[in-house]
Design a protein around this ligand. Structure first.
Ligand SMILES: [Fe+2]
Length: 392
């Protein structure tokens, strides 16, 4: 008797759990898709709240069905909704597994080599208040949290047809610093100092510098300390677009950064020309008109979001840097990240990608509005160019 009741109950609970996972997967897709496009801060916050509410909705729906549904009377209006919802959610699971498998099967593009990965110890930072004064600073001190434990990642990239003068040229890539109080300004100074020890020739920064106009005043004391041999290049991100982007651009220009927001120019690097461009859409209107750029010159593109990879490949970009997605910040073992603000979901989450001849590096970034990271430490990336390699 008891067994006869227990088996169906356990069966329904197991089925509900699987359907709920599929429900979460679909919501994650719609969240990622929308958040990768949205312009307004208000709309982004509203959409996140809506997704949070939708995530907890299924148990209420199932509770409303009543005992008759679980005894086989499915042909009611709510019953039909529950069946349709369940079938759609179950279909999402194989797609999730396929995307996860593709993520695991991914390999670096030819010519890319990991040279060194150094995890920094925040105890070496002399500033005591590492968690800073940000709104959610207590999160930074959670035991599992990697927010205060950055790494310096060093790659080399062998490319065909590089000017011989660029052999050994070193670029330092910064992204998504998100100044908002946590971590403290001294933490950023310390991390950037570690990157500077590698003596970059170019500094490239792919946006989301500030989370509040008040934090413009951090720019001089952090990025203002950087040194480079050739150039420093920057584009802004979606968070910058919400907090005084015009004055931020002025601050950066004062420090010597070239603002590449939706434009391109030719610069001289070790006496050789390089086309450098930046793309900040959809948060700032326009895109660089690379059709007018000299075709035979190496093209470097900075983009806040990695979603412009196809655009870059179409415009014969050689090397592209992006950020925005923060590597997902929280990455489950074997599965990877959950929430990714990209039209491509988890497909362009972190590291190296290639489309056409374009090599793209997506940074995990240094900060985040929510200072929580797991299996996804903040990073400064250094890339050394090497001449050679085969044409793609
Ligand atoms: Fe960001």
């Amino acid at each position: 008797m008891l067994w006869g009741i227990l088996v169906p109950v356990v069966g329904w609970i197991a089925l509900a759990a699987v359907i709920w996972v599929g429900h979460g997967v679909i919501l994650t897709w719609t969240h990622n898709f929308f958040y990768g496009r949205v312009h307004s801060r208000w709309l982004a916050d509203f959409f996140q709240l809506l997704h949070g509410l939708l995530l907890v909705l299924p148990p209420f729906l199932w509770a409303c069905l009543g005992p008759s549904f679980y005894q086989g009377e499915w042909d009611t209006p709510w019953g039909r909704v529950a069946i349709a919802h369940g079938i759609i959610c179950l279909f999402a699971l194989p797609v999730l597994l396929l995307v996860t498998w593709r993520r695991w099967a991914r390999v670096n593009p030819p010519g890319v080599r990991l040279e060194n990965r150094e995890r920094l110890d925040p105890d070496e930072c002399p500033q005591a208040r590492l968690g800073g004064a940000g709104l959610r600073n207590w999160l930074a001190h959670l035991k599992f949290n990697e927010t205060l434990h950055p790494e310096i990642v060093e790659y080399s990239l062998e490319l065909p047809n590089l000017p011989p003068a660029w052999d050994g040229l070193r670029l330092m890539h910064l992204s998504d610093l998100h100044f908002h109080g946590t971590p403290e300004r001294e933490w950023y100074q310390w991390v950037l100092e570690q990157g500077m020890r590698r003596e970059p020739d170019l500094v490239v920064c792919t946006g989301d510098l500030v989370d509040g106009t008040h934090f413009h005043q951090w720019i001089g004391g952090t990025l203002g300390r950087l040194k480079w041999r050739e150039h420093a290049l920057v584009v802004l991100g979606n968070h910058d677009s919400w907090y005084g982007p015009d004055s931020l651009r002025k601050d950066l220009k004062r420090l010597g950064f070239k603002d590449l927001g939706n434009r391109w120019q030719v610069i001289q690097v070790r006496g050789e020309p390089m086309v450098v461009g930046g793309i900040e859409s959809p948060w700032f209107a326009g895109e660089p008109n690379l059709e007018d750029a000299p075709a035979e010159i190496f093209r470097l593109l900075l983009s806040h979001t990695p979603d412009h990879l196809a655009w870059a490949a179409k415009h014969q970009v050689d090397l592209m840097f992006a950020g925005h997605v923060h590597g997902g910040q929280v990455c489950l073992p074997a599965f990877g990240p959950l929430v990714m603000p990209s039209r491509h979901g988890r497909s362009l989450d972190r590291g190296w990608f290639q489309q056409g001849k374009t090599r793209l590096y997506v940074s995990k970034g240094l900060g985040g509005t929510h200072p929580v990271r797991w299996n996804c430490p903040p990073e400064v990336m250094l890339l050394t160019l090497r001449t050679g390699g085969k044409k793609p």
